[in-house]
Design a binder for this molecule. Structure first.
Ligand code: NAD
Ligand code: LMR
Length: 346
């Protein structure tokens, strides 16, 4: 049984994500932290007849750090979807100004109150907020690269759904894990490696080049479709809650000692600190980046045992170009995120 915290629990992602976690019988306690309305969300979810005890936490004032401490104490998994979402015309980078500080302060709480927890960052721009989290954990002397994930599962979910449409697969679930998604989580830093598909390779090979090009673009910019459709009311929340839960569920299962085949094989990619994880160092050297999304294999404590660097071998020349572009984009965000903490005046 696992105690899980959601920071930003009353938001568009936080609420449905908390619902999905409440339905998981392996969750013993759910700590819902938000600066607003966490008590209401917790009261609502607590009426659901599943084992997880649900508690809501909110700071009494801007300087109140006690509520965050109480929410995080004893948590083994912390999921962070706190922060502002995009509006039409904005890039994820435009969110940095506000979300960088939010993520940093929440991760400082993790460092103090549950330093051994597995941390999953959803708040955008993920390419930069994960380095922020890493630097903040380093500052407190508790950084374990194996326990920090930037959640990029929504890119995998989209890749499967859009590919199912193209090849006429009625249930996109059959495509789970079929398209390795690597790089980062924004626009051209997202790289779907279609050449790595094995079970559906012959169907993919029949698709015209132009269709494949459009497919890659749609996976890279799928977030924009939702931002535009919501027309100022935010970005993906429900599909993100599903995606965030899909990744968190693997961690919870691994931690609960359930012999789940998926968590023991390479799963969805996550954005991780490469030099600190088996298989990552070489990718870091080849592409000149310290962070990259790669498929991960989870250890029994829910941490990253290794990353699957083999997906980057034998790619097509077109994919190689996309990887170079992604690495350049990721590199810039890493510098921005790292400097936010390292270069900050105390
Ligand atoms: N990684 C991904 O694939 C992905 C997908 C979709 C959205 N996102 C990102 O997730 C974030 C949240 O999106 P949303 O649609 O849920 O936004 P939202 O505005 O609906 O919810 C955000 C919540 O965070 C809370 N919050 C703000 N500051 C906080 C703080 N200091 N501590 C705790 N809670 C705080 C707000 O009160 C709000 O309830 C955005 O940055 C968005 O870009 C990421
Ligand atoms: O597009 C966004 O801003 C939200 C999220 O990163 C997404 O991919 O849907």
């Amino acid at each position: 049984m696992v105690k899980v915290a959601v920071c930003g629990a009353a938001g568009g992602i936080g609420q449905p994500l908390s619902l999905l976690l409440k339905l998981n019988p392996l969750v013993s306690e759910l700590s819902l932290y938000d600066i607003a309305n966490s008590a209401g969300v917790a009261a609502d979810l607590s009426h659901i007849s599943t084992p997880a005890i649900v508690k809501g936490y909110a700071p009494a004032s801007r300087d109140d750090l006690e509520a965050l401490g109480s929410a995080l104490t004893g948590c083994e998994v912390v999921i962070i979807p706190a922060g502002v979402p995009r509006k039409p015309g904005m890039t994820r980078d435009d969110l940095f100004k506000i979300n960088a500080g939010i993520v940093r302060s929440l991760v400082a709480g993790v460092a103090k109150h549950c330093p051994r927890a597995v941390v999953c960052i959803i708040s955008n721009p993920v390419n930069a907020t994960v380095p922020i989290a890493a630097e903040e954990l380093k500052k407190h002397g508790v950084f374990d690269p194996k326990k920090l994930f930037g959640v990029t599962t929504l890119d995998s979910v989209r890749a499967e759904t859009f590919l199912a449409e193209l090849i006429g697969a009625k249930d996109p679930e059959v495509l789970r894990g079929e398209v390795a998604i690597v790089g980062g989580h924004s626009g051209d830093t997202i790289v779907p490696l279609l050449s790595k598909s094995s079970k559906h390779a012959s169907q993919i090979a029949k698709l015209p080049q132009e269709t494949l090009k459009k497919y890659i673009h749609r996976v890279q910019f799928g977030g924009d479709e939702v931002v535009q459709a919501k027309n100022g009311a935010g970005s993906a929340t429900l599909s993100m809650a599903h995606a965030g839960y899909r990744f968190a569920e693997l961690i919870i299962q691994a931690k609960s000692g359930k012999s789940v085949t998926r968590s023991r094989s390479f799963t969805d990619a996550a954005y991780v600190y490469l030099p600190g994880i088996e298989g990552g160092k070489q990718v870091s050297q080849t592409y000149g980046v310290d962070y990259f999304a790669l498929p991960v294999r989870l250890a029994r404590d829910g941490s990253a045992e290794s990353v699957d660097a083999s997906v980057l071998k034998g790619v097509t020349s077109q994919e190689r170009e996309l990887l170079k572009i992604a690495a350049a984009g990721v590199g810039k965000s890493v510098v921005q995120g790292t400097n936010f903490v390292v270069g900050a005046k105390l």
